[in-house]
Design a protein around this ligand. Sequence first.
Ligand code: ATP
Ligand code: MG
Length: 275
Amino acid sequence: NKQERMEMWETIQQALINEQIDQFRAEFIELHPYDQAKIFEEQTEDIRFLIYSYLSPEEMGDVIEHVDRDSVAGFITEMIPSFATDILQNMATDDAVDILNELDKNKVASFLTLMKKDAAEEIKELLHYEEKTAGSIMTTEYVVIHLEMTVKQAMRHLRKEAPDAETIYYIYVVDTEKKLAGVISLRDLIIAEGDWLIQDVMNERVVSVPVGGDQEDIAQMMRGYDFLALPVVDFQNHLLGIITVDDIMDVMEEEASDDYSKLAGISDVEKFGDT
Ligand code: ATP
Ligand code: MG
């Protein structure tokens, strides 16, 4: 309830002021990252630096993912570069790309050189897609299985891949050329017999979006079909990534505020003119 929240907030604030890392962590770590972000955003620069030293890159990454979009770039750039880099490379690739897109080119380049090679490569690939297209909002962390796998093999694969996947509700099926051939929900996979073939249980009529597709159209499709995710393909139907419903919620928020600005007659230039 509200009273408890106030007290908890007070405890955290006191722990920060008194530089008591254990007290701070005991309360803070238990909170949902959204609440953590709300607390973090209200701190002064000095206290923010304390928080950077009290949390691991993974923990801080969860906070950063929930911080207001307009302030993220500022926070990331004030951190020690190696710490910021660790945060970025531990995040879902699409979220890291969102943040990097807010930074200037030199900063992006310097972060990329500090990253592990494979993390940097994955991010670089996504950075190439044009703004507001499917490619720019998709993530490359999804579960993909092969047509000829058995259900049992697919489950084993899923168990291995699940920790890093953005969603596991839908598992996309590809053929030998990595072309999108079908989709199966986790629910359907679980109820299938272990020795059945994926190609016999999957849904072949899979809806996908083109990598260059406009994000607003994709938002509309997501709402219309009521899926939790959509696969993204190139013109030859190769599977490139997925877009999840939470990515779409960010898009809808962004589009709504764009529309609002237009309505109010405020251009982007004026909006950011004084910063
Ligand atoms: P239901 O709505 O039937 O109770 P559910 O709630 O478990 O199912 P939904 O998210 O509604 O799951 O998905 C319904 C079905 O849509 C699943 O069988 C899934 O395989 C299928 N599906 C998921 N993504 C796609 C897609 N891109 N194209 C076609 N079908 C899809
Ligand atoms: Mg449903």
